[in-house]
Every structure is written in structure tokens, then in C-alpha cells.
Design a protein around this ligand. Structure first.
Ligand code: CO
Length: 503
């Protein structure tokens, strides 16, 4: 009887995934291939399928089966996959049914209006125009937190949508320590007179050559093009629409090497995670990524810890030289390595380097947390934003378009999302340290272009678990340590002391 219930639960969950993955395909197509005139009908398709998906997610009979199974003796004697599937699906069901339908609609409207207003207000650098919608979105998010409930703080209810089971107070402590270490490191780097020549990255790099070279590198690190594709979009992303169908995208800049190349490594890192999940568990929590923080750890690991590694370029630089000819022929691998690892404080998060990136995140996290806790008014955001940029990065935005209005997240209702970027960097450093301890000298493997041992280690220790472990448990199991700023700080300090000749 209970086994029968479990089969029904899984069938229902797989149906939800069929709709979800179909929506992903429609959205991917919208970003890559869809002709402009098709937008109206596409919106109709997406609205209809989203509604159907919501019905399935909040289906009473499904909830009844979950309720019966979650508290049964039967479940206690089942394996970790089955237990995780029932518990996670029950959790998702409870969350989905706690939100009143009217709130769902009001949030959808506010966010759609929010994005339109944001685009407009940013163009004309008019924060006052954006303010009423922004305030409404934060108010609705507070209402949302109250509806779904929370343990320690309202913010946790929002954070949980992206990083399940996480506690923002714990993450705040680690981010504070990270910030306290990065600010003085950045100061030393700024004081260094030994600066890389970054102009070599702004030579001519024909798009077709960048595409061939980037695709070759993505394949080499382990992205499987038999089960995935690379296409072009304005905003790069990774999405999946089936157990053997992972789509990554990038954008090309003919006169800047980094955008596409490191963007491809980043998205391929996300893709390798998706492709490393157990496909026979597709559609169930046991076959789904653990959290956005863990997802981002995989992209940042391949982009930065591998892609910006000196030995990686011992292998790839000769190939880059033959592909890009005159653009790289007069420089050495050392000069190139230093150029791709330049560090300088900037105003824009998406252009930030490894050292300053998390400072951008800490600023956003502190501000959104203060607003949700009622300690900061949305109207005071621009001033608070600029003050923090001066304090942490030593730069001040000249306008709000370059400042508080630069990111789409808040206008789209993505509040509680930003810290997952830093979790990604923190986890990546911890995971890489553990992998190095267990696999030995990764540098020697990278120099030979051998990324298989690292990819297999990640498959075994991170990917295959799906959601059978909570993110914090997964990291503990893989690395033997709790979330910590230390491995990241240690790595950045050592690496950049060498790059910038700091003693
Ligand atoms: Co990412």
C-alpha cells in the first residue's frame, strides 16, 4: 500500500517536471531563436503552462499522499533517495500551498511591472520612478515571508527559496569575516605598482574563433555536447529541459577575450553539474541540484579555480596563440595569466574579479537584509549603497544606473538570491581544497589538459547526491568542514600575492 503511494507520488512529481522542463524549453527558445513577433503568443503559452504547473503543485490528493507517507513507519525503513524525495516534495508542497493565490498574483504583477519600470528608470537614471514599485516588491516579499513562515528571521523564508535549509545569520557571520579579510587584501593590491598589462585582452578576437576555442575548452573540462548545446544570448545562462538536454549560452565581444571564454567555462560548470546528476532520478529531488549556492560553486570552480589557474594556461595558451594568431603572438603565457587575473575595484558586479566580487555581494546582502528587517527604508537605498561602495571598494557611483539600479534582481522579486553567489565562491574554495587533498597535485593534471579526475571527483562527491543531503550536509560530507571563509581567503591571498608581487 505504502509502496503504491510512493509510486503515485513519484508519477505526480514527474508530471510537474514535464511541465517545468517544457517551460524551460519555451523560455530558452524565447532567448535564443524566437522571432520578435512571436512574443505575444509565447507569453500565452507560458502563462497557461505555469498555471497548470501551479495546479499540479498544490493538488490536494498529492498533498494527502505526501502527508500519509511522510509520517509512516514504512518511510523510515526506506533508502536515502526515497526518504529525501518524500521529505523534499512535502516541503515544497507545504510552501506552495501556504501562499494565498491573491498574493501569487500580486507578486507576479508587481514583478512584471517592476522589470518594466526598472528598465525605464535605469535608462533615464531616475530612482524616484523606480522607488514605488521597488517598495511594493519588498512589502509583498515581507507578506510572503509571513505567509510561508520562518524560524529565525523573515529573510530566511526568502533565502530558503534559493538555498533550502540555510540560516542567514550563519551566512552573515561568514560573509562578515570574508569581507574583513578581503578589504585589506584589496588595499594591498591597489598599492602595488607591479600591474598586469590588460590591454592584450582587448585586441581583435574574431567571434567565430572565440566560439571554436570556447567550445573546445568546455568539451575538454567535461561538458558533454551529445547531451547539451552552446548558443548565443544577451544574458548568458544555463538551463536544462530533460535528463540529457542541458543548454548553455554565452555572448561574444570581438574586442575583449574574457567575456565569452570565462562565461563559457562558468556556464559549462553549471552544465557539468546538471549532466552529473543521476538521470534515472530525473524529475525527483534525488535527481535535482542541491541549491543555487552549490550550483554556483560548480560554475565558479571551473571558471576561476581551474580557468584562471596558471597550469591550465600552460596547456591552453599555445592553442590560443595558434587560434588567435597576431593577437597573442607577442606575449608570454605569464603576461597572459597576469592579465586575466587583474584585480581592480569597479562599480559593476558582473565585471568584477575574484577578489572584489564578494564585496559587491556583501553590499547587496546587507542592504536587502536591512530592508526586510525594517531597518532601512527603500527611499534611503541610493545613499546607503554609495556609502558601502566607498567603504568596501573605495569607489563611488556617479549615478544610480551605475549604482543601486544596476542589477535586475530586486525588480524581478529575487530577494534572498544574492548571497548564493558568495556561497558559490566559498563552497568552491572548500571543495577545491578537499579535491586537492584527495586527488593530489591537480596543477600537474591541468598542465597536461587532464580534467577527468577532478570532474569524476565532483560527480561522485557533489553531483550524484542530488538533494539527498541538505546543502550544508553535502559540503560537510564532501569537504569534512563547515561553511568557512578561510579556504577562499587563503587561496586568494596566496594567488594574488604572487600575481601582484606583494610580500
Ligand atoms: Co552562475
Amino acid at each position: 500500500m505504502q509502496t503504491n503511494n510512493y509510486t503515485k507520488i513519484c508519477d505526480h512529481a514527474r508530471k510537474i517536471t514535464v511541465l517545468q522542463s517544457t517551460l524551460a524549453l519555451l523560455e530558452w527558445d524565447q532567448q535564443t531563436m524566437m522571432p520578435a513577433q512571436a512574443a505575444h503568443y509565447r507569453a500565452e503559452q507560458i502563462t497557461f503552462l505555469s498555471g497548470e504547473m501551479h495546479h499540479l503543485r498544490t493538488d490536494k490528493a498529492f498533498g494527502g499522499l505526501l502527508q500519509e507517507t511522510v509520517s509512516s513507519d514504512w518511510l523510515c525503513s526506506q533508502d536515502a533517495d526515497i526518504q529525501a524525495n518524500v521529505h523534499e516534495l512535502k516541503r515544497e508542497f507545504d510552501k506552495a500551498t501556504k501562499i494565498p493565490h491573491s498574493l501569487v498574483e500580486r507578486m507576479a504583477n508587481a514583478c512584471s511591472l517592476g522589470q518594466m519600470t526598472w528598465v525605464d528608470a535605469r535608462k533615464t537614471d531616475d530612482f524616484a520612478k523606480f522607488l514605488p514599485t521597488l517598495k511594493l516588491i519588498f512589502d509583498l516579499k515581507r507578506e510572503y515571508a509571513d505567509a510561508v513562515g520562518y524560524g529565525e528571521s523573515r529573510y530566511d523564508a526568502l533565502f530558503d527559496d534559493y538555498e533550502p535549509h540555510a540560516q542567514s545569520s550563519k551566512v552573515a557571520v561568514v560573509l562578515r569575516s570574508l569581507c574583513d579579510s578581503l578589504v585589506p587584501l584589496l588595499q594591498k593590491i591597489r598599492d602595488s605598482t607591479d600591474r598586469p598589462n590588460v590591454s592584450v585582452l582587448s585586441r581583435q578576437f574574431p567571434t567565430a574563433d572565440q566560439a571554436t576555442f570556447g567550445k573546445m575548452a568546455a568539451e575538454k573540462i567535461g561538458f558533454d555536447f551529445q547531451r547539451g548545446r552552446l548558443d548565443v544570448t544577451h544574458h548568458p545562462f544555463c538551463t536544462e529541459m530533460g535528463p540529457n538536454d542541458c543548454r548553455i549560452t554565452t555572448r561574444y565581444d570581438e574586442v575583449f577575450f574574457n567575456t565569452a571564454f570565462f562565461g563559457i567555462l562558468h556556464e559549462a560548470g553549471h552544465g557539468i553539474y546538471e549532466q552529473g546528476l543521476r538521470s534515472e532520478h530525473y524529475g525527483l529531488p534525488s535527481g535535482k541540484f542541491a541549491s543555487l549556492g552549490v550550483h554556483e560553486s560548480q560554475s565558479r570552480l571551473w571558471e576561476n579555480l581551474v580557468g584562471r589557474n596558471r597550469q591550465f594556461w600552460n596547456h591552453f595558451f599555445p592553442m590560443a596563440q595558434s587560434r588567435f594568431g597576431h593577437a597573442l603572438n607577442d606575449i608570454s603565457v605569464d603576461e597572459f595569466y597576469r592579465a586575466i587575473n587583474d584585480v581592480r575595484p569597479s562599480l559593476i558586479r558582473v565585471e568584477a574579479d575574484e577578489v572584489t566580487y564578494d564585496l559587491h555581494i556583501v553590499i547587496r546582502f546587507e542592504l536587502e537584509l536591512a530592508i526586510i528587517n525594517g531597518e532601512l527604508d527603500c527611499a534611503d537605498l541610493p545613499a546607503a549603497w554609495n556609502e558601502k561602495y566607498e567603504k568596501y571598494l573605495g569607489v563611488t557611483p556617479q549615478n544610480n544606473a551605475q549604482g543601486v539600479m544596476q542589477d535586475i534582481h530586486w525588480s524581478a522579486g529575487l530577494i534572498g538570491y544574492f548571497p548564493t553567489y558568495s556561497l558559490g565562491n566559498l563552497y568552491a574554495a572548500q571543495i577545491f581544497e578537499a579535491a586537492t587533498q584527495q586527488l593530489g597535485d591537480l596543477d600537474t593534471m591541468f598542465a597536461k589538459g587532464d580534467f577527468v579526475p577532478l570532474k569524476n571527483w565532483l560527480n561522485q562527491n557533489i553531483h550524484r547526491a542530488g538533494q539527498t543531503l541538505e546543502p550544508a550536509e553535502l559540503i560537510r560530507a564532501a569537504t569534512g568542514t563547515e561553511l568557512s571563509h578561510e579556504p577562499l581567503v587563503k587561496r586568494l591571498t596566496q594567488k594574488y600575492a604572487e600575481v601582484f608581487g606583494i610580500s
